[in-house]
Write a protein that binds this ligand. Sequence first.
Ligand code: ADP
Ligand code: NAG
Ligand code: NAG
Ligand code: MG
Length: 351
Amino acid sequence: MSRRDDGGNDGSLTTLWVCLGFVPLVAVFATVATYIRMELPNNVKGPEEANVGQCPQGYFKLGEMSDCLPWLSCEVIKRDIIVRELIGQGAVKQVFLALWRGNKVALSRLAVPKFKADFIHGLEMLKGLQSVNVVKLLGFCEENHSILTKYHPLGSLNNLNAVMEQERYLGLNTWRTRFHLVIEYVSVLNYLHNSPLGTRVMCDSNDLDKVLSQYLLTSELHLIVNDLDALPVVNRSSGVLVKCGHRELSGHFVAPEQLWPYAHELPFSDHLMPSYDEKTDVWKIPNVVDFLLGQVEGSDVVRFHLFELHRDCKRETPQHRPSAQTVLQTYKAVYASLTQEADVPDPRNDL
Ligand SMILES: Nc1ncnc2c1ncn2[C@@H]1O[C@H](COP(=O)(O)OP(=O)(O)O)[C@@H](O)[C@H]1O
Ligand SMILES: *[C@@H]1O[C@H](CO)[C@@H](O)[C@H](O)[C@H]1NC(C)=O
Ligand SMILES: *[C@@H]1O[C@H](CO)[C@@H](O)[C@H](O)[C@H]1NC(C)=O
Ligand SMILES: [Mg+2]
């Protein structure tokens, strides 16, 4: 595919702007990125570490690009994007593999007009929550309902077990690799619960497959969050709680406080349904982690060490469950205790 030009004058002005105007901002970002990385165990690299912190808010860098570019505009998206095949479909979006200047990118389009508000909300969250934990935003066109993000060929986290059977990843299907994914998963929740946009609840999560479909697996086997279309805010100081949708939820996967409490007396009514907080995400952690750990040598030893913590995540009373931050700290401590004899580096570093 031929490389297309993206308005040369604009590009060099942007470079100047980035070099001169944003140096202090870049420094701040670098500090923040260092801080975020310190949160991970020593031998766990943050996803796409090399690129994070290099671009200020509103800019991105992809692959071999040497300069940060501003998020691509409607004009550029309409002119320079070549749309290829459909690679994913959820309730809200259709996701296409596309090409931009010879790079593979993911183009998401609103699939069902009635979900326009969710689509716009998801875009606002992507803009405001860019970090190591979140898929990289490359551009958007609100009038076209299009969002451009970095393409991840391994797709969603639902593919984990199939990926682990591919030749390239043979030898990496170990409890260590899987435990790193566990730590990254809870890092995402901890980030959302303490985000620059407040305490955000991952509402698009009524069953395991649904949860997994909101996350992507990178080619280096890191876990990042992708779909931010349903992230309502909890604001404790002003008493604001959330409800995940307006319909009745059922089953054991969702937290007990998400179920209609008057099932024996009254038909469901959204208006009478009590609201709840981010501890619904903590309730679901053991189920997701059970999937991530899989059935490999050593994963049952890990499960054994997480038994009490996971029992606490399943407390009926939300306030009795640990925070995502406590869960994360405990995971790191368990990981450290299991690896202290044999200090083996992150197996993914060899990829
Ligand atoms: N950047 C990407 N790279 C690769 N696959 C993607 C990407 N973004 C989305 N997908 C695929 O598309 C599916 C649907 O995307 P998602 O954003 O969850 O849409 P929806 O909001 O409709 O649920 C994902 O589960 C994943 O399989
Ligand atoms: C955006 O919409 C315009 C028409 O309004 C259309 O010509 C263009 O192809 C669309 N671009 C994309 C990327 O969907
Ligand atoms: C939470 O509520 C307080 C008081 O109303 C407000 O000042 C603050 O901005 C809110 N925070 C968020 C993240 O919405
Ligand atoms: Mg989704």
